[in-house]
Write a protein that binds this ligand. Structure first.
Ligand code: HEM
Length: 85
C-alpha cells in the first residue's frame, strides 16, 4: 500500500499453527479485508492485487480439523471458534 518492503516476524504458517482456521473463517476474513481496503480509499486495482497475494496463503493456513493444529510450547492453547459470526 505504499510502505517499505520490510517484514520481520513469524512466518504465516508458524503464527497460525495453533489456530483452527476453517475455509469459512478464511473467506470471512477476506471479505472483511476487502471491505476495509475499500473503506480506506485504496485504488481498486491495488485492492485486487493485494487480495490475490493474500489468497496465496489460504492453502497453508486453512485446516480441516483441530487435529491439524499444533502448539509450540506447553501453555499455548488451540484457538478454535466454530461460529465466528
Ligand atoms: C482467518 C484467517 C486468519 C486468522 C484468524 C488470523 C489470526 C491471527 C492472530 C490471532 C494472530 C496473532 C497471534 C499471536 O500474537 O499470538 C496472527 C498473527 C499473524 N498473522 Fe494472521 N490470521 C489469519 C490470516 C492471516 C493471513 C492470510 C496472513 C498472511 C500474511 C497472516 C499473517 C500473520 C502474521 C505474519 C502473524 C504474526 C505476526 C508476528 O507475531 O510476527 N494472517 N494472525
Amino acid at each position: 500500500m505504499g510502505g517499505p518492503k520490510a517484514y520481520g516476524g513469524k512466518t504465516p504458517i508458524s503464527a497460525h499453527q495453533h489456530m483452527m482456521i476453517s475455509e469459512e473463517l478464511y473467506d470471512i476474513r477476506s471479505q472483511l479485508l476487502s471491505a476495509a481496503i475499500k473503506e480506506a480509499g485504496i485504488d481498486d486495482e491495488l485492492r485486487k492485487e493485494w487480495l490475490a497475494a493474500d489468497a496465496t496463503f489460504k492453502r497453508a493456513l486453512v485446516k480441516k480439523s483441530r487435529d491439524e493444529c499444533s502448539t509450540s510450547y506447553p501453555t499455548q492453547s488451540i484457538l478454535d471458534f466454530p461460529k465466528p459470526l
